[in-house]
Design a protein around this ligand. Structure first.
Ligand SMILES: Cc1ncc(C[n+]2csc(CCOP(=O)(O)OP(=O)(O)O)c2C)c(N)n1
Length: 643
């Protein structure tokens, strides 16, 4: 590489880049130095805030090349998942803001329409980019506009059904669309499945595109030549399709590649050619990159540095919380291993999240009983339904927010047929810095009214252990455990004990006012109960344990013996509280007006990135707010005798 001093007169190129327009003026050598600075900026920022590291480092050159060649924001650039968008944010006027990425007063860690005109589509969940891009391409055509639409999707995200549904549609839509497949041969974990093997064969069966091939030009060969010498152009297109089968070509795409995704000379040349491509057809550019590129620890351990907490740049050491090893996730993982040791029929399924769900440990113990199906939540659930239909006991572990994608599979394939699939739904409630796209706040409302489903929400890690044992033993239909991120009430964790289906638990008995709490807000409720004692209020506190079926006998008791009933849950309205209200209303408890009922739940499910504690505070579900809301309800502001 040439010496920086010979190329640039300024110490920092990035300092002078405030928008993609500033990239247009830079030479390729200057762009290369810019890439170094962007990398440094990402590493130093993420080391202080935590966040997604490896994916962004892998697309620094690609981000620069796209913004150098295309005319964003007029040309629409869509990043799949959005976790790799840090270089894009730095280049599109957010280089200062990146220092507060994922912080309460900072910017999102994903692309977001409300954040910037350079983010034409918000993301967080994977494999949506081609569908959204095709929509924008067709909208452009309908409105006779002439902008480009570029989607960048990783090889992991490409494995999802939705990406294939979109390609299937795009291939027959006659719309100009650029899909860039960013192939780093990694998902969060190593990628799985036949597509991954196909891509590996594709890359190894031919060298990177040569500059000569690029100079010949995709555009000059296709659109004009198509008219003149259609056959020749078609042949040329075929020579660009490597390996046998030409999967992408069969789906109706022009395939171009593979291209070295870190070589700015090549990237800018080929993207320039693609920009001139006029044919009303989708084109797939296959770029090969390295996840974590430019930061040794992330290159060497791409899974570990996919998403990180704060870390020391020199050593790469990640700062972990002291109790990080005993989370709800690790309790689930350990208890499932314990159950699987006793019962050979138990298997585990993840949709590309072995470490996030704790199933990586299960895989070590039982390699043949663990299935990573790729980013394919819908398939994961129906696959589990098939297993359960033939005598196997599947535990499907996934994050609450990703379960949303597979609601029909849950309902139609499992619940309707009453198949004993066990769901371990992690990250229920607020999730902190990932923000609104990743909160698990809809699951209670989505499952509370499903017949057949036994749905549990532990208030502590011991309760979770008990519920894993209960789900393992319950074979009469589907069951679900739903638990939060992080840890809570872990004292003296003992092996799981089977609990009675549909039975809640009285924690403390008071009078006049009862709190029926569902899930992991219980520690906050108990703190509040103590605070309220000082105000002369003694709460009855009940751990509901079950989203469904609800404990009607217990609710009868609470309704008969109290004037006030407060239902607390870490989910949106129309969830567990609504089930309780429905029961009370159906059974005439509300007719006389003697019983006053309130539901404290999540009013704004789209609270932005912040710490989990702050999010619960904003939702008024922290101890302090629970106390003051109960005092307001009782119209009690001052200390008085315990009632
Ligand atoms: C529907 C859905 N499931 C799971 C995830 C969690 N997730 C985030 S990034 C990622 C891996 C993506 O791999 P790839 O597309 O290859 O991108 P890379 O990180 O390798 O650049 C996964 C599984 C998600 N965001 N959305």
């Amino acid at each position: 590489m040439v010496d920086k001093a010979e190329v640039v007169s300024t110490q920092s190129i990035l300092e002078h880049v405030d928008s993609p327009n500033d990239l247009k003026k830079l030479t390729i050598d200057e762009l290369k130095f810019l890439a170094e600075e962007v990398r440094e900026k990402i590493i130093s920022s993420v080391s202080k805030t935590g966040g997604h590291l490896g994916a962004g480092l892998g697309v620094v050159e690609l981000s620069i090349a796209i913004h150098h060649v295309f005319d964003t924001p007029n040309d629409k650039l869509i990043w799949d998942v959005g976790h790799q968008c840090y270089p894009h944010k730095i280049l599109t006027g957010r280089k200062k803001e990146i220092e507060k990425v994922r912080q309460e007063d900072g910017i999102s860690g994903f692309t977001k329409r409300s954040e910037s005109k350079y983010d034409p589509f918000g993301a967080g969940h994977s494999s949506t980019s081609i569908s959204a891009g095709l929509g924008m391409a067709v909208a452009r055509d309908l409105q006779c506009k002439d902008n480009h639409v570029i989607c960048v999707i990783g090889d992991g995200s490409m494995s999802a059904g939705m990406a294939f549904e979109a390609m299937n549609n795009a291939g027959s839509q006659n719309s100009r669309l650029v899909v860039i497949l960013n192939d780093n041969d990694m998902s969060i974990a190593p990628p799985v499945g036949a597509l991954s093997s196909y891509l590996t064969r594709l890359i190894s069966s031919r060298p990177y595109m040569t500059l000569r091939q690029m100079a010949m030009g995709v555009a000059s060969k296709f659109p004009k030549a198509v008219e003149r010498t259609a056959k020749k152009a078609e042949e040329y297109a075929r020579t660009l399709v490597a390996g046998s089968g030409g999967l992408f070509e069969e789906l109706g795409f022009y395939y171009v590649g593979p291209v070295d995704g870190h070589n700015l000379d090549d990237l800018t040349t080929i993207l320039g050619n693609i920009k001139d491509f006029e044919d009303a057809r989708p084109i797939l550019l296959h770029v090969v990159t390295q996840k974590g590129k430019g930061y040794k620890p992330a290159e060497e351990q791409p899974s570990k540095y996919h998403g990180v907490g704060r870390f020391d740049v020199e050593s790469g050491e990640i700062v972990t919380d002291s109790d990080a090893n005993i989370t709800y996730t690790s309790t689930f993982s350990q208890c499932l291993i314990d159950e699987a040791k006793k019962d050979d029929a138990i298997v585990a399924i993840t949709a590309a999240m072995p470490s996030g769900t704790g199933l990586d440990k299960f895989a070590k113990e039982f390699p043949t009983r663990m299935f990573d199906v790729g980013i394919a939540e819908q398939h994961a659930i129906t696959f589990a339904a098939g297993l359960a239909a033939d005598g196997v006991k599947p535990f499907v572990a996934m994050y609450s927010s990703f379960l949303q994608r597979a609601y029909d599979q849950l309902l139609h394939d499992v619940v309707l047929q009453n198949l004993p699939v066990r769901f371990a739904i992690d990250r229920g409630g607020f999730v902190g810095n990932d923000g609104a796209t990743h909160h698990g706040v809809f699951d209670i409302a989505l499952t509370a009214n499903l017949p057949n489903l036994v749905a549990m929400a532990p208030s502590s890690q011991q309760e979770l252990a008990d519920m894993v044992a209960t789900a393992a033993s319950y074979n009469d239909g589907p069951s679900m455990l739903r638990y939060p991120k992080g840890s809570g009430l872990t004292d003296n964790l003992i092996q799981g004990r089977i609990i009675e289906i549909g039975k809640g638990k009285i924690i403390s008995e008071g009078s006049k006012i009862a709190v029926l709490n569902l899930g992991a807000r219980l520690p906050a409720v108990l703190t509040s109960a103590n605070e309220l004692l000082e105000h002369g209020v003694k709460l009855t506190v009940v751990d509901a344990r079950f989203i469904a079926p609800i404990d009607t006998a217990l609710i009868d008791e609470l309704a008969k013996n109290h004037e006030y009933l407060v239902v607390i849950e870490e989910g949106v309205k129309c969830g567990f509280g609504a089930s309780v209200m429905q029961y009370l209303s159906d059974n005439a408890y509300l007719d006389s007006g003697k019983l006053k009922v309130r539901c404290f739940n999540i009013e704004d499910p789209f609270i932005e990135q912040a710490s989990m504690d702050r999010q619960y505070e904003m939702a008024r579900l922290d101890a302090k707010n629970i106390t003051s809301r109960i005092l307001t309800l009782l119209n009690r502001k001052k200390l008085s005798a315990v009632s």
